[in-house]
Design a protein around this ligand. Structure first.
Ligand code: SF4
Ligand code: SF4
Ligand code: FES
Length: 330
């Protein structure tokens, strides 16, 4: 009986021992698994965490209403009117010229000028929401209703196409080409040289594309457009006067000594605000006025255009008075 009792105790302890071993093993394995599943967190890791992505912006409704000036031309009896078009701008390019092309697809009678679609030819000038701009380099404004008119104070030929004859005649009057009096005067006979600092004067002048956005936003040009040359032509006049290869400075300055041609500019700077190429015609006119009145002189060229020693060309302003005297005698 005692043996039986010892034997049953032995079995009991063996079972108890086995169960304890199993429990310990299970605990260890769970801890192991836990430690695998949940790696230890480091403060440095938490810092590297990416910020949450920004909430997507609310997309604007791409539908727009375009109010476009329409005029069939003076040979018709039709009155000018404003025509309304509705367009989903997500179906065309992002620029105003893309919109105009899309509108022309919808209505082939709509007329406007364009050529380069790069802001180079200057032909697509329009008045958009009351501001002059080049349609090809101006994005569609975010407004719901968008007005498109021809550039102001010009004779309208048809729809957005204006008559540029007077503007270009004025531009031509400033003789926008090089005048040489010494050495070979034929075009292409010889290369005329210019130093880099002399050339730097042209930066902000040569980029003008004659779009007329500046002239048609100038109040003085509106009221005196027949006699005041306007900012674009005067900017070019200044450009040719400052050209160190040009030899007609005195005549150019003499031709501008007039109450109207340059001095109707009152430095309001609407032209500078309007220029889609970011130029500053107002500043060019202010400098030109100082040259005309003799407050400033054309700088002496740093390089002889014909490649000889010393400065040449320009002709300086010292003989302006003699030029005036000879003109007055005539
Ligand atoms: S500065 Fe004013 S007045 Fe002079 S050209 Fe420009 S807009 Fe016209
Ligand atoms: S100065 Fe500017 S706005 Fe005026 S014609 Fe030239 S590019 Fe156009
Ligand atoms: S199309 Fe040439 S400047 Fe706009």
């Amino acid at each position: 009986m005692a043996n039986l009792h010892i034997y049953s105790d032995f079995i009991y302890y063996k079972l108890y021992f086995n169960s304890a071993v199993r429990k310990t093993a299970k605990f260890l394995s769970v801890r192991e698994n836990l430690s695998l599943r949940v790696p230890r967190r480091h403060y440095a890791d938490e810092k590297k965490k990416e910020p949450p992505p920004p909430k997507p912006k609310k997309l604007m409704d791409p539908r727009r209403v375009f109010k476009v000036y329409r005029f069939a031309g003076i040979l018709t009896k039709e009155e000018p009117k404003v025509q309304t078009y509705e367009l989903d701008i997500s179906k065309c390019g992002p620029m105003m010229l893309d919109v105009l092309i899309k509108l022309k697809d919808m209505d082939p009678t709509l007329t406007f000028r364009r050529s380069c679609r790069e802001g180079i030819c200057g032909s697509c000038a329009i008045c958009l929401q009351g501001h002059n701009c080049l349609a090809c380099i101006t994005a569609v404004p975010p407004a719901k209703t968008i007005t498109i008119y021809p550039i102001p104070h010009m004779y309208v030929i048809r729809d957005l196409v204006v008559d540029m004859t007077h503007f270009l005649t004025q531009y031509n009057s400033i003789r926008p080409y090089l005048v040489r009096k010494t050495g070979p005067t034929g075009i292409g006979q010889v290369q005329l040289l210019m130093s880099d600092p002399d050339w730097q004067v042209f930066v902000g002048l040569y980029e003008c594309v004659l779009c007329a956005c500046c002239a048609t936003s100038c109040p003085s040009y509106w009221w005196n457009g027949r006699r005041f040359l306007g900012p674009a032509s005067l900017l070019h006049a200044y450009r040719w006067i400052m050209d160190t290869r040009d030899e007609d400075t005195q005549k150019r300055l003499f031709d501008l000594r007039d109450d109207f041609k340059a001095f109707r500019c009152h430095t309001i700077l609407n032209c500078t605000l309007a220029c889609p190429k970011g130029l500053n015609p107002g500043q060019a006119i202010a400098r030109l006025k100082r040259l005309i009145t003799g407050l400033d002189k054309k700088p002496t060229p740093q390089m002889d255009p014909l490649g000889g020693g010393g400065g040449g060309g320009g002709g300086g302003q010292s003989s302006l008075e003699s030029c005036i005297a000879s003109k007055c005698k005539k």
